[in-house]
Design a protein around this ligand. Sequence first.
Ligand code: FES
Length: 335
Amino acid sequence: MPTLTIHPLMARIECHEAETLLDSLRRHGYRVPHACRNGVCHICTADWVAGEMPDKARYPSSLSRTNSQADQALVLLCQCIPKDDCEITMPDLKPAHFIEPVELTCRIESITAWSGSVFGVTLEAPAGKLPEFHAGQYVQLLIDGQEGAFFSLASAPGKRSFELHIQVVPGHESAEKILEALQANSTVRVRLPMGKAFLAEAPRGPVILAAAGTGFAQMKSLYEWLRASGYLGDIHLFWGVRKTAEFYALPTLSGWEDDPNLYCHTVSGDLSDNEWQGHHHELLRVIGMANLDWPTAQAFISGSPAMVYALSDELEKKGLGAAQIHSDVFEYAPR
Ligand code: FES
């Protein structure tokens, strides 16, 4: 199966036998400009970088604006069925399954105090505007003076309403101000979606969802979307908190009890029978003991950069490649 490398995204996709590059790209969630699909409109072009280009796929030299090498190396994606690995450049191509972020004024539907100083906030998009996002992505609340108000979407896409989990620890000024602003107003401006740690297609292997604290929100969105989309595979959920009271969503977990393929592991720092050292050691230990087909798994991790990188290293030792491990930390705190 030939592999296509896409520059400058540095993404790699597998091409099926007898499949054009246009179809391979679209099958993997890339939005590629195209129209006729039969080599006439010349819209589906890309720069050919490496590999053997089939003659049929070559951009017609009679249409070249110049005789430059660049023109000669243009390929028509709808006509290109690669025999071997190849590489193209498409400077304007957005990542797979990319959704352009938009700003919406949302109604604040409800704010509910849960345990552990966590508040469940439900927002509703304006009538006729379904908020577009993938499970696992996050939003920014556009509140004056609170530039860092980023929160994971805690519900699955497909509805006008969506849920956020906001922890307001006393003394944590910015979270207090965000909550005050939400409580004092009936609407809030929201920018969404953001984040690359998401699922747009059900995976083939098991799924690992590992979260610390309110990182549970992202895992809830992923879990609900996976089951709503018909995914029947094993889901291993690991949730670690510092104090038992911070398990703020236990009723949600109870509601998932009948799922035979969900394996829930909760780890709290104040239980006497673990080795919690004020960090995430116990969570890592429990995850490491799980019985699953590691090399085929997809893992999503939400927590502090230290926790995410420690777990990521463990997962790599278990056989997961970098492309199978997803976390927003990789974007905002690269190491
Ligand atoms: S889509 Fe028209 S030439 Fe490829």
